[in-house]
Design a protein around this ligand. Structure first.
Ligand code: IPM
Ligand code: MG
Length: 361
């Protein structure tokens, strides 16, 4: 198979982890006789420095053209005091919206080799295997009106959380589809005891569930879900929620995996005329400026995102499985970065990437 991939390394450790992810992608392609045509583009802080804006028109064109897009991370401390509409993060929101990737899949699983890396007791974490499905192109991240009006003590900040039936329908439907290939259980998370958007969310989830009588649906309030994630995380299979709830709870989920550096993500949109799904793949972690440029960052979240790309955008399940088993083999070998607290000297970002390639064979 021949396909095109846009690489957007972004800022900070994004550059290092994306480099290893691309190394693994090229390696898999060589091994399984595929041809990946890789182009590189600008997003985030580096794009602001180079072009004046976080999501340049050229990147917009490239991401719409490519068969799939792989991202590192965005965000630089020098923009910390800039208004939201000018910051590197806005580039990320822009590309998600432009690509229409409304369903963000964030798998959280425990690896036997990493049980001791989680601060939670082993028996709670052992066997965790869930996918957090985060709505990604709506809700409070995008709602209007928004902004800060007035001056000084009289100023006021406003954001709007709004969802249409159709926006909820498509992401909950995707969740039920995913559940069918797993343990057939969907937990829909909301705050319907307070928010109207959540009341609608729950109503739509109940309607969609009627089309999936073979899948069990239950509802959980978001505050209770935050607690259940650490009390009894094994109860979850597919957990679906709106954009901001998903942002928050997926970081909590990272604790179960041992390190946020482990978490991959796949953001999926419409099906293209050529049969591929529109997909944006990125590790869940941020740009971690404190360790950037030191060859210390864990590339496994980015490498797992390549596996997700192979599976969801190109239907290459065997190739995806090869990457995932290689990741597991590397974890078992103990050749891991400092965030996973290895017994010996921590491996570098590059060493982990090379070890994954070697394990693929
Ligand atoms: C994430 C990140 C982003 C988000 C930031 C960097 C804008 O935290 O992907 O979880 O909030 O969506
Ligand atoms: Mg986040």
């Amino acid at each position: 198979m021949e396909f095109s991939v846009l690489s957007l390394p972004g800022d900070g450790i994004g550059v290092e982890v994306a480099g290893e992810a691309i190394r693994v992608l090229n390696h898999v392609c060589r091994k399984f006789n595929h041809k990946a045509n890789i182009t590189e583009g600008l997003l985030g802080g580096i794009a602001i420095h180079t072009t004046g804006g976080p999501f340049p028109a050229e990147t917009e064109r490239l991401c719409l053209e490519a068969d799939a897009t792989l991202m590192g991370a965005v965000g630089l401390p020098e923009f910390d005091n800039w208004p939201p509409e000018k910051r590197p993060e806005r580039g990320l929101l822009g590309i998600r919206k432009t690509m229409g990737v409304y369903a963000n899949l964030r798998p959280v699983r425990s690896y036997p080799a990493l049980l001791d890396s989680s601060p939670l007791k082993n028996h709670l974490v052992d066997g965790v295997d869930m996918i957090i499905v985060r709505e990604l192109t709506g809700g409070i991240y995008y709602g209007t009106p928004r902004g800060i009006t007035g001056e000084g003590a009289a100023s006021r900040g406003t954001n709007t959380m709004t969802y249409s039936w159709a926006e909820i329908d498509r992401v909950t439907r995707m969740s039920f589809e995913l559940a069918r290939n797993r343990r057939r259980k969907v937990t829909s998370v909301d705050k319907s005891n307070v928010l109207e958007t959540s009341q609608l969310w729950r109503r739509v989830a109940v309607e969609v569930a009627k089309d999936y009588p073979d899948v069990e649906l239950n509802h959980l309030l978001v505050d209770n879900c935050a607690m259940q994630l650490v009390l009894n995380p094994k109860q979850f299979d597919i957990v679906v929620m709106e954009n901001m709830f998903g942002d928050i709870l997926s970081d909590e989920g990272a604790v179960l995996a041992g390190s946020i550096g482990m978490l991959p993500s796949a953001s999926i949109g419409a099906r293209k005329p050529n049969g591929f799904w529109v997909g944006l793949y990125e590790p869940v972690h941020g740009s971690a400026p404190d360790i950037a440029g030191q060859n210390k960052a864990n590339p496994l979240g980015a490498i797992g995102s390549v596996a997700a790309m192979l599976e969801y955008s190109f239907g290459l399940k065997e190739e995806a499985a090869a990457v995932n088993s290689a990741v597991e083999a590397v974890l078992n070998s103990g050749q891991v970065t400092a965030d996973l607290r290895p017994k010996g000297t921590p491996a570098t970002t590059t060493q982990v990437g090379e070890a994954v390639c070697e394990a693929i064979g």
